[in-house]
Design a protein around this ligand. Sequence first.
Ligand code: GLU
Ligand code: MG
Length: 472
Amino acid sequence: MSRWGIVEQAERDERAAKARGIAADLAERGVSGVAVTWVDNSGITRVKAVPLQKLERAAAWGIGVSPCFDTFLLDDSAAVAKYAGGAVGDLRLMLDLDRLTPLVAQPGWAWAPADRFRQDGTVHPIDQRSLAKREVERLAALGYSVRAAFEVEWCVSVGLGDEFVPACAGPAYGFARLTEQSDYVRDVMNALIGQGLTVDQIHPEYAAGQYEVSVGAQDPVGAADTLILVRETIRAISARAGLRATFSPKVLAGGVGNGGHVHLSLWSGDSTETPAAGQNLMSGGSGRYGLTEPGEAFAGGLLAHLPALLALGTPAVASYLRLIPSHWAGAYACWGLENREAALRFVTGSTGDNANAANLEIKSFDAAANPYLLIAGLLAAGRAGLASGTRLPEPIEVDPATLSAEEASRHDIRPLPSELAGAVAAFEKDEVFTEAFGPEFVDTIATVRRAEIKLFEGASPEDIVARTRWRH
Ligand code: GLU
Ligand code: MG
């Protein structure tokens, strides 16, 4: 499909033919409906569904959807923005047939992510997934690709009530927790694997009722799609077990948060094949910990633009209740080898496996993020680092919270914004994002963020947490 231009009739015919074949296969597997998703600027996955009989038509012509969602807030009210939203107009959800997946935990259903087009066949200028694709192409034009993975942390609550009541009592990382909920955890794992995902590991996390799953790295847009699939699968398996899953940045005020850490590695050439072609530029170089020059420049770009990136990666008011020192949430703009308090945790992997395993984990982000916007932002920041040959400062080997102000400034550790407003201000004035996203997109995101700040004005942490808990 020509992603940025008019969708030609031949492309529509091709999509229809492909959908016909897929529909026949899905019918045999007992699928009767296809859920088609996109993620709004507030980070909420929205959906339209079609019966299988309409898949061919939907694949060729899209599914109608209002542009109003571009200004939706996490409570389903809408902001008033200059370039987006409103009751007038219509868009088309063009589903990605290559990613269509029968859902294990929702029998009779399949899922596919979508790009949003205008009725004239051009890409909607405020479409998050298309923006992420464009950033992938821009890096490819420079001879690079990225492999990415989102970690998912979530907490499970007993029953369907709005209060959070941890569904298991065992200790952090405790085998007892897995014993208590072994059927549940196995069902999550098997459902993910049954949907073609690579589960690297799954384990009880620190907080009561908290778990984490890591999936294999893949191309960045694919990784963002996978995140949506993982989250909805966990939600569905939880509901089947009589539990309620929350991915909220903070489940209980004062508790430990749910992170949405992103792992990234920069590769020379096209790394999308398995095993990946090209070379992992996070390893095998003459720089610190084996970083290559482009690998360091890419990482340097991420670090330099991190305050602005928070407007994409920690986009909720509740995000800043999580992004605090000494909670492994990456509250300091610094980097370090295997340092879980640094925003950028550099991972080399085991000796002998470096070329495959070396990557950067950005810990600051959480699951309120729209993963497509975040991928676009990360790739744009990395690309800016490559363009200017950014160098990393000295790595940090301790919890930065333990350093004196003088030591922190000597090590060039900059405080990350402690409130959403600070991140939005950094995002709006950072030219890297104006150039990559376009001023209309930047304005719309900033408007949505400001409207959410207003929504929670004067609210206590308990109130913020309660109103955010079941939204993402
Ligand atoms: N739960 C922590 C967070 O809020 C992260 C724990 C970990 O490093 O896995 O990001
Ligand atoms: Mg974790």
